[in-house]
Design a binder for this molecule. Structure first.
Ligand SMILES: Nc1nc2c(ncn2[C@@H]2O[C@H](COP(=O)(O)OP(=O)(O)OP(=O)(O)O)[C@@H](O)[C@H]2O)c(=O)[nH]1
Ligand SMILES: [Zn+2]
Length: 358
């Protein structure tokens, strides 16, 4: 075979990245006549060409493998197929849905915190599923109250008790054959759920230091767990204290019940922020409207900060005090602290250089 023919044959080998640790990628191969057996795992490096192009490789990525060394279980990632979706914190490619886990009790379900997580999850554009754990701590009536309330928010939660092993199969069905990311606050039972879904995983429960030493909750290590009946699951440490970083104008789209109102009626003004504008279709008697207003304030404040950073040479800055806006002089550049954005860019550059020098 000519050299060219060999390399062509190599790139027909494809797989999915299951884990990333430093500069190594664990790849599960797709069935192929070239692979010795289906579901072979290879430990891969990234081709220098991809590094030069700045092509990042994330868990969930579908990749092309070259130079397989079957005996040594090694290979090289030669290409990354186009992504259907991309989560940044944690870095996961091709996820289709977010499984948001909350507890009904211990800790008690806080509607505002739940709303915050839901909006953050919706802002990814992925499907959002809600799983409420520790149903053993609530009566049937109490569960029904939550069910009714959350249905008005636009969600059909799955109530489970991992302790009693109830309704785990419903969650399993939700996750079948899809890439999902699990998110939720601390202590709600995410590890317990993953253990129940994948008995071979054996994550530590309720032991923070144990988890840290295992490297589970560090940003350099992201892993997709393989579910017994197909599907991949990412445990998402970066999602634990979500910060809402959406544009004020977009926020409304992350509330299913507001989306529904907008589908039936439009606001008078196309740039309506749904606060006190006349003839607004969104403002009204729905439970989470208060949450919407609170998140909107944050989004507007963040947007103003971004606008200031986008125009760092302007000698005036817009200040809003008690609803009144006015321009105030800014300090000279050399006396100003570096903006968070430039610090972030500098850090990114450092990471990149460190990566390339390895
Ligand atoms: N009553 C009750 N307790 C549960 C249930 N599932 C988990 N727990 C308990 O909840 C606590 C927290 O469980 P974990 O699985 O560690 O929670 P986690 O969400 O992974 O927590 P972090 O790792 O801190 O994010 C443990 O003490 C579990 O035993 C349940 O269905 N019912
Ligand atoms: Zn409106």
């Amino acid at each position: 075979m000519s050299k060219e023919a060999t390399s062509k044959a190599d790139v027909t080998l494809t797989g999915t990245v299951l884990a990333v640790q430093a500069n190594y990628y664990q790849v599960r191969l797709n069935p192929s006549p070239l692979a010795p057996h289906p579901s072979s795992l290879l430990l891969c490096t990234r081709r220098a060409r991809l590094k030069k192009l700045g092509q990042q490789v994330m868990v969930g990525d579908r990749v092309e493998i070259a130079e397989p060394d079957w005996a040594g279980g090694r290979g090289a990632i030669a290409g990354v197929l186009p992504r259907k979706s991309q989560l940044d914190r944690p870095p996961v490619a091709n996820a289709e849905q977010i499984l948001l886990v909350f507890a009904l009790e211990e800790p008690p379900l806080d509607p505002y915190q739940l709303s915050h997580f839901l909006v953050k999850a919706e802002s990814t554009g992925l499907d959002v599923r809600l799983c409420l754990n520790k149903s053993d701590l609530l009566t049937i009536e109490q569960q029904q109250q939550w069910r009714d309330r959350l249905e008005k928010w636009g969600y059909q939660p799955v109530f489970v008790s991992i302790r009693q092993g109830s309704s785990i199969s419903e969650v399993r069905d939700l996750l079948k054959r899809r890439i999902s990311a699990v998110a939720g606050p601390s202590g709600v039972g995410k590890s317990s759920l993953i253990n129940a879904l994948i008995p071979t995983v054996n994550l530590r429960i309720g032991e923070v230091s144990g988890k840290l030493s295992r490297g589970r909750h560090t940003t350099r290590h992201v892993e997709l767990f393989t579910l017994p009946d197909g599907g991949l699951l990412a445990d998402t440490p970066g999602f634990n204290q979500p910060d809402l970083s959406c544009h004020p104008q977009e926020l409304v789209n992350y509330f299913p019940e507001a989306r529904q109102r907008l589908a039936q009626q439009t606001c008078q003004f196309s740039d309506c922020l749904h606060r006190d504008e006349p003839n607004c279709a969104v403002r009204g008697d729905w439970e989470r409207y208060e949450h919407y207003l609170a998140f909107l304030e944050d989004a507007i404040a963040r947007q103003e900060q971004i606008n200031q950073q986008a125009d760092p040479e302007s000698s005036l800055k817009l200040k809003t005090k008690r609803g009144k806006s006015q321009y105030e002089p800014k300090l000279e550049t050399k006396y100003r602290r570096h903006s968070r954005r430039t610090e972030h860019q500098a850090l990114q550059k450092l990471y990149q250089e460190a990566d390339e020098s390895q």
